[in-house]
Design a protein around this ligand. Sequence first.
Ligand code: KIV
Ligand code: ZN
Length: 516
Amino acid sequence: MAANSSDKLIIFDTTLRDGEQSPGASMTKEEKIRIARQLERLRVDVIEAGFAASSQGDFEAIRAIAGLIKDSTVCSLSRANDRDISRAAEALAPAARKRIHTFIATSPLHMEKKLRMSPEQVLEQAKQAVRFARQFTDDVEFSPEDGSRSDMDFLCRVLETVIAEGATTINFADTVGYGVPELYGNMLKTLRERIPNSDKAIWSVHCHNDLGMAVANSLAGVMIGGARQVECTINGLGERAGNTALEEVVMAVRTRRDYFNLDVGIDTTQIVSTSKLVSQITGFVVQPNKSVVGANAFAHASGIHQDGVLKARDTYEIMRAEDVGWSANKIVLGKLSGRNAFKQRLQELGIQLDSEAEVNAAFSRFKDLADRKAEIFDEDIMALVADEQQSRESEHYRFVSLAQHSETGEQPVSKVVFSIDGKEIASEGQGNGPVDATVNAIEARVASGAELLLFSVNAITTGTQSQGEVTMRLSKSGRIVNGVGADPDIVVASAKAYLSALNKLHSEVEKLNPQL
Ligand code: KIV
Ligand code: ZN
């Protein structure tokens, strides 16, 4: 049977690689592991865990994920050279199922201006790269970068060659989001028709969202072009305007099965918790009107709609909220809940803590929160576990306590106690508001020299009792990092977020950007 006549659509998640390339979205090894575990629970077919040759940190994260993940294929990106491919193979060695994904640009613009290589040199390098990668695994993916702006005849030659060398997946990249659904789908169709050995590979789509058409282009690639793999990210995270959003593709294919007639293996009930985890870790807040995972995606405000939904849900709802994992802010625990109830809820939420000591630490944070907040929701538990894990991972700066005074007509003052490498220090600052005073207090001792690019506050649940989740994005010497902190007191959450961002800057993880 031709590879593309299968009715299964492979979901290839690249949140941990392309998603991580968003400015400020870089993640620690532990954060990547947490997301990878959740992606496995979501049942994605392939997890692109990173780009092994880009940094030692990414190499180690991929290696750890390869050792932990059993049900999904684990993949590493690599440029089309022996060194990158060897690093990818080494990082993937422990994987039950592994894939090497190699790429080189094929558009005239990229070849001439970026690579400074002739088309013949690019063709030869692509061929050698796939041949080399096949020594390590039978599962090799090749991407012609900037494929959608490449010359059709040249693309046919390159892709025919790499398939002959053993590439099993061909990923037609719309690197700069230039595609238009009909044109992009038809380009893919032409490639498959013109390349004599096209049936030996699975065809894949990889679209960026610069013109807001990533999902539409991907689905056109599937329906017109015959692609059977979609590359996507949670919440559409990714370079510039992002990538194809996994949740949108999956729910489009599921909801309109009458049209697509394709199966996806995703456990859709895990979609919302995956979205929240990615948002929490990266600090990229999901807009309320975002399809499927936005807070308003299933909210009906107008009287006519509410009336219709109460009479018959399908009058205005094409999907069920519970099918994508919305639990409607269920109150789960409170002040009187014991350790066992807490532990059980962690299990139900799919949160895996590695030791009893970690459960105890999280439980003690829970008790502390329950003293200040009567109703504890799933979202609160996820935030406090993330907070606890974050503070364990990045010990350099650690929040201890805060006292703050604000009064109309007076300049706010903050006294912050935090530790640097375990040594507690107290610092005082003034500012034009309580958050500004707090950041000034921290900076009075740290003098990081970082520039604050973004400060955002988001209520984790509903009501004024909600915890505030704060994101602070800092930039220094060309590096951009996001720090996230949660607390019912948004000034405390801000201090935690600021220290978390400073910790990331302190860790000095350098990455190569594959698009450069
Ligand atoms: O957008 C792109 O071209 C990529 C490739 C590395 C597949 O991310
Ligand atoms: Zn990309």
